[in-house]
Every structure is written in C-alpha cells, then in structure tokens.
Ligand binder design. Sequence first.
Ligand code: FE2
Length: 553
Amino acid sequence: MRVLGVNAVFHDPAVALVVDGRIVAATEEERFSRRKHGKPCVPFSTWELPEEAARWALEYAGVQPDQLDAIAYSYDPDLAPAHDGELHENEYEALRTYFVRRAPSFMASALPGLDVANVRYVPHHIAHAASAYLAGPYRDCAVMVMDGRGEQTSYLAGVVRGGRLEVLRRVALPHSLGLRYEELTMHLGFARSSDEYKVMALASYGTPRWLREIRATMTHDGDGGFVALPLDLAAFVPPRRPDEPFSAAHADLAASVQAALQATMLDLARWLYERTRMDALVLAGGVALNVVANSYLAERGPFAHVWVQPAAGDSGTALGAALYVARELGDAVEPMHSAALGREWSEAEIQAQLDVANVAYTRPPDIAAAVADVIAREGIVAWFQGRSEFGPRALGHRSLLANPRRTETLERVNDVKGREQFRPVAPMTLLEAAPLMFDGPFPSPYMLFVHHVRPGWKERLQAVVHVDGTARVQTVDRNEQPLVAHMLDEVGRLTGAPVVVNTSLNTAGRPMVDSPRDALECFGSAPLDALAIGPFLLRREVVRRSAASLRSA
Ligand SMILES: [Fe+2]
C-alpha cells in the first residue's frame, strides 16, 4: 500500500510517505518554502497544504498521485466543535473545519490525478499517538499525547498491545498543558507555538517560587487527566515586550510553570503505569519536545523506558497518520530507524551547485578528518551530509559543529546564529563514549532528554553545559552514522574527547538548511569558518585575508 500522510491543520505542515509499511520519506513544508513553521497557526491558513513537500516525496519514491492507495489527513472534521454556520463562532473554528472538509479537493488540485475518495481523516491525537507507538521501538507500551489542542482535546493516554491502541483517557479543552505553556511563552515576549524551547532554557535560570500558586490551577484530576484552569500570569510578572531585557522574575515565572508542568506529567504517568503496568512509555505531541520535562519523567517516573517521537510536534502527525492508515489497510508497519527522511543530493548535483555559485572549494581526501581539523582549531563548521532530518532537531545531517571546550565557542555559535546568549547548545558524541562524560539513559539518538555532566567534564565541555549542569546529548551509533562517527573519532584524536557542539544549520528565525543552495546562502551570510557539503570543503580564510588586506591598504 502507498499512503501519503499529511499534516496541515494548525502549523508545521508536513508529509510522510509510507510504502508497504516502510517509511520512505518524511519532510516539512518549511524546508521547501523557507517560511519557518510553514504557515501561521490561524484558521485562515488551514487551506494551505504541504504541496512542495508532497510533490518531492512522491517523486523521490517514484509514486504518481493516482497510485496512492490512501491520503491520511491528521485531523478529523467530524470530531471538531459543532457550530451553527456562523464564521466568527468560537474564534473562526467554523472556518478551520470548512477548510479541512475541502482539503481533499485542494489536494487534488495540487497533485493532479489524486483520487479525493482516497482521503481519510485520522483524529489528530490518534495520529500523534501512532507516531510514537508505530514509529517507536515497542509493540507493547503505554502512550501519552500532550499538545496545545487537537479537534477538541489536548491529551490522550492509552495502552498499546500488539500494535493496537486502547484509549484510556482524554482531556477536553479548554484544559491544555500545551496552551498553558504557549500563553507563558507569549507572556515572556516570545513567539507562541514556536519559541517554547526558549522558555524552557530560561526556566533553568530561575527558581520556582510560584509553584504552589500555579499548581493550584494546573494539577492531576485524580482520574488520569488534569485540570488547567485560567491563570493570570500578569499577577506574577507584567508581560515582557520582545525588546525588553529579562529579569530574574521572568526566569522565576518560567521555572514555576515548568515545575508545575513536570509535576503534572509525573502524576499522569504514575496513573497510566498503575493502569497498564507496561515497561515502556512513548510520547508525542508538542509538549514532548520539552526535553527537561521528558528527562524528569524518565528519571522519576515509573516506566523503565521512555521513548519520544523526534518529530513530536504537529509535523509528526503526518507520519503517524500515514502509519496508522497503512496498518488499517493491512500492512505490517516498520518502526523508524532514523530521522534522516528528507531530501538528499548526489555528489554530482552538489558539485554542479558549487560551480554555478562560482565559489572556491576543495575535495579533501577525508572530509571528516578535514572538518575535525577545523573544529580542533576552534572553527565553526556547517556540516551538510546525506538526507535532511525530519523534525526540529539537527542530528548530524544539517548541523553546525564546533569544539565544546570553551564558553567563548558558545557565545560565537550564538552570535553566528543570531540567538539569545542564555540558550544552550548541545553536545554530540559517540554512543560508546557518552557514559564517560554524561549520565544516562543511552542511547539518545534524537536529543530528546537532558543528561547530567559527569564530574571532571564540566570544565572540558564548557560550551555545552547548561547553567543547571546538564547537557542535551545526541549519541551517534557507528553503524547508523559512519561518517559522523569517523569525524568524532578524528576530533577525539586531536582534542582528547570525541565530542562536538551540534546545533541546527540555520540562522535565527529561519528554517533549517535543506538544499545545497540553502547551505551556500547560510555560509555566505553567516561568519562560518567552513562548509562541508558532501565530500567538498569551502573555507572562509580567503574572505578574512582580503578584509585584512583592505584595512591595511
Ligand atoms: Fe498536535
């Protein structure tokens, strides 16, 4: 069966193509359109579909639109709030539902030949859940979905046996952990549905001095769900304008809501464990991108294993919906083995792009060793190798790499990316070396947990240790990422530790680099020392020398 999963309803429009139960491609529209998150999260944009991503995925797999057995759309209009036809009812909820019902014909005009009768609506939280229990490594597990909202709910808890989901609990709007965190994000002067990870970083600078007050409005309901009552954040700290500096009170408010979220999630997990007695818990939904909360759950929760879908936000519902429908149609579905499910270019294609751009480049005998040399000399390297990542994290395919030894490197990386200095960058290391430097659990291939840095290593890894003594580690398995592993080996040989700073290859406010052209634009506009693209190496020295000679002239 050929199933195209589509997420389009709120934000992060994305597609996933599953052929005979195997994930062939998954990517987000923002990587093509170069609009971060694809579109604004408003009902007026619900008609916009991930058209470019869909065209690429079909072409990549050699599938024509009329060969699709199903199109799985990750929102069910029959579950959406009822309305009396008034457009403004429930903040234009009717408009969203209208566009969702029209999606099959919009899709057929974007992909001529596609049969509108093959479009199936998958409930939003079922799609999130499937992205964790079908894409994850466990056939039997408990599952929790936490996000801002689906059709009318914000939470799903269930148990999976033999790959079949039984829903045990849902929580209906307006109660929502995700929306609460989004409100906090906006209150602190950041972009909601986008900058929540900045709030999480800010939280570690604060003390949760308002935890008790916030827990009074945000707590377990005693029956596997939670309440999240309206909360006047201005009663604690006035809203921050985006151009205003941060105060300790902002960090304290972030810390208080973060702590309340963690405590609520732990209560939910304990209830779910009592009901299911499963060893493993899988998570999806935007709240599961909160790596600090995930780690709290993994450390203190009752489950022996916690696995998080790397595209835990709404883009992942494209994958979940496709896997869910493929299974419904009788295919045995395979779990995901890697997040590298996006576009790739051959050496010849990359070289043609470099020649068109008329830039100087070399082809070193060993690109990984050449990059390690730049890193060991405190250079910052753009690393473009293989297929791009599905989901928000760079995992060694579209990454910025640097030496983690000195704090100055963190400052320079944040300057290069144009991001706030309070935000940490993450280390990437070999799976077998990780336990020397960091506390478990390992493997951690998708950077979805934080790890305590082991004694004696904080000084050696200054750039990647956050203010709370943790680091968001990505472990690299030699068999899965041999080129990255080789680069880490070479860094280890030169610096004494096979570990690098790894952050996404983009600058502030832009989607991650996807194509060679994006990589060249990023390299041309940001003060990077080198770009390693396929087997080719571009260096910045030429520009620096000519600038110096201009000054001396
Ligand atoms: Fe969602």
